[in-house]
Design a protein around this ligand. Structure first.
Ligand code: PGA
Length: 254
């Protein structure tokens, strides 16, 4: 992962049916960009989407994986199954899963370990709630979530990790935070990484990206930030024209 590599990662959540996912994958498969473009469909659509995108520049990721590599875990999907389905990435610890599925820092830590051992690049989501922000606890929350997620993870020089800073209260709100605030959060995250890993590993193996109400209009301001290597996009990734415009504006900015 070169330090200058930029990412545009689409989180389709549970918002598209299988035929809608196929339609969207077909509309974006011709994307040619020096940005690393990743789409994360729901599990039911991963194989179909991957088949359409095979041979294109667009990579595929899962939206979650289980922390055990196999076994009697009804309803769960393993990292190696995602890998076998053609995924290169997996989102872990999205705030919607922390909220609705009660995912804990420990579960997230274990999911990261299994993702790495299946040769997937984890996209780890961290971010404060509105209440935590109002109490002035944002930095504390970020340091705590990052540390609990990755401290003790065995990170060889070939393993990559993406940390996505997503202020929870901004997701899906239509109103991103100011780029200055994102830059501050990213500095806090980078500092916590330095407290855990060697400077070389932090520089070469980690990328920090921003997520929360990104559009083609505001993406340039975030990409231009020193400590920001890309964006995680929800709502605006569901329309092909808008998603392609986000990629173009990312490419034009750096
Ligand atoms: P949003 O979602 O772009 O719709 O705010 C981002 C996310 O949840 O990853």
């Amino acid at each position: 992962m070169s330090q200058n590599q930029k990412f545009v990662i689409a989180n389709w959540k549970m918002k598209l049916g299988i035929s809608e996912s196929i339609h969207l994958a077909k509309a974006i498969k011709k994307i040619k960009s020096n940005v690393e473009v990743v789409v994360c469909p729901s599990f039911a659509s991963v194989v179909e989407v991957r088949n359409i995108l095979k041979g294109s520049k667009v990579k595929v990721g899962g939206q979650d994986c289980f922390w055990e590599s196999e076994g009697a875990y009804t309803g769960e999907v393993s990292a190696s199954q995602l890998r076998e389905a053609g995924c290169d990435y997996v989102i872990i610890g999205h705030s919607e899963r922390r909220k609705y599925l009660q995912e804990t820092d420990e579960m997230i830590h274990n999911k990261i370990k299994t993702a790495l051992s299946a040769s997937l690049t984890p996209i780890i989501c961290v971010g404060e709630s509105f209440e935590q922000r109002s109490e002035g606890a944002t930095d504390y929350v970020l340091i705590n979530q990052v540390t609990k997620a990755i401290e003790g993870v065995d990170l060889g020089s070939d393993k990559k990790i993406i940390i996505a800073y997503e202020p929870v209260w901004v997701i899906g709100s239509g109103q991103a935070i100011s780029p200055d605030e994102a830059e501050h959060a990213h500095q806090v995250i980078r500092q916590s990484l330095f407290d855990i890993f060697s400077p070389g590993l932090v520089k070469n193996n980690f990328s920090i990206i921003y997520g929360g109400s990104i559009t083609s209009q505001n993406v340039g301001e975030f990409i231009a930030l020193e400590n920001t290597s890309g964006v995680l996009v929800g709502g605006a990734s569901l329309k092909s024209d808008e998603f392609i415009a986000i990629i173009k504006n990312t490419q034009n900015t750096y």
